[in-house]
Design a protein around this ligand. Structure first.
Ligand code: DC
Length: 228
C-alpha cells in the first residue's frame, strides 16, 4: 500500500525506552505523516502536577489536578526539523525528559481523569489520519481501529543501556542502575495499572528490536507496509 497517498493511522505501542519515538519519527518522515508522542503528553501533565505541588509521594491532589486539566493545552511544534512539546504555549521539551518526571509519570498516567483528557486530545490529533502515534494504549484504547498496529519490545538491559548512552550523550549525570531500575519499575506499572494497561492489541504485529539496527527496522517496516 502507498501510505503517502492513502493516509492511515499507525499505532505504535510498547515498553519504555524501546526506541518507539525514534522509529515513529522515521515512519512519519518516510510517509510524510504527523508524529504524536503520547508519552510526552503524560510527561507534560506530570510536569504541571509537580510544578503545582499536586503530587505528594504516592497520591495526587485531585482538586489541583482538576484545575490543571481544565486549563491545559498541549501541542507539538517543529522548529528547525526537531519536534518540541509545548504546554500552554511554553516549550517544555527539556523539562519533561528528566529522571524526576520519569519517576512520577507512572502515578500520574494511572489517573483516570488524566487518561480521559489526554485520550480525547489524542483522538482529535488523529481526526485527519496520516498520523503515527506512539505510546502504551494507542492500539488498544486511543485508536482501536488503526489500520496498522505495531507492538515494540526489547530486552530490558539493552533498553537501559541505550537510555543511559542517550542521557550521557546529552551531558546528564546519570547512574546506569537507577535507569535500569526505573525501566523495570515502569514496565511493571505500565502493565499492571487498572486503566488501559500496556498490552499488545490482538491485531498488533510484534517488533522485538533487541538485536536490530535502525536500518533493519526500516526494512522490517517496508515489508509489513507492502503486505497491507
Ligand atoms: O513513552 P514515555 O516513556 O515517554 O512515556 C512516559 C510515561 O507515560 C510511561 O511511563 C507511561 C505513560 N504513558 C501512558 O500511560 N500511555 C501512553 N499512551 C503513553 C505513555
Amino acid at each position: 500500500m502507498n501510505l503517502s497517498d492513502h493516509k492511515i493511522i499507525i499505532a505504535l505501542d510498547g515498553f519504555s525506552s524501546c526506541g518507539k519515538s525514534t522509529f515513529a519519527k522515521t515512519i512519519a518522515k518516510r510517509f510524510n505523516y504527523k508524529y504524536i508522542d503520547s508519552g510526552a503528553m503524560y510527561r507534560a501533565v506530570t510536569y504541571l502536577c509537580l510544578k503545582h505541588n499536586a503530587v505528594n509521594k504516592n497520591s495526587i491532589n485531585t482538586n489541583i489536578l482538576g484545575d490543571l486539566l481544565n486549563d491545559v493545552k498541549i501541542d507539538f511544534k517543529i522548529i528547525d526539523g526537531n519536534q518540541y512539546t509545548f504546554i500552554n504555549d511554553v516549550n517544555v521539551e527539556k523539562e519533561i525528559r528528566t529522571i524526576e518526571i520519569s519517576q512520577s509519570v507512572s502515578l500520574v498516567s494511572a489517573n483516570g481523569d488524566v487518561r480521559e483528557k489526554l485520550v480525547e486530545m489524542q483522538q482529535k490529533f488523529g481526526e485527519d489520519k496520516g498520523i503515527v502515534m506512539d505510546g502504551r494504549d494507542i492500539g488498544t484504547a486511543v485508536f482501536p481501529n488503526a489500520e496498522l498496529k505495531i507492538f515494540m519490545t526489547a530486552d530490558p538491559k539493552v533498553r537501559a543501556q541505550r537510555r543511559y548512552d542517550e542521557l550521557i550523550a546529552k551531558g546528564d549525570d546519570v547512574n546506569y542502575d537507577e535507569i535500569e531500575e526505573n525501566i523495570v519499575s515502569r514496565d511493571y506499572q505500565d502493565q499492571n495499572r487498572e486503566i488501559s494497561p500496556l498490552r499488545k492489541a490482538d491485531d498488533a504485529i510484534v517488533l522485538d528490536n533487541t538485536y536490530m539496527t535502525p536500518e533493519e527496522q526500516i526494512i522490517w517496516l517496508d515489508k509489513i507496509v507492502a503486505e497491507l
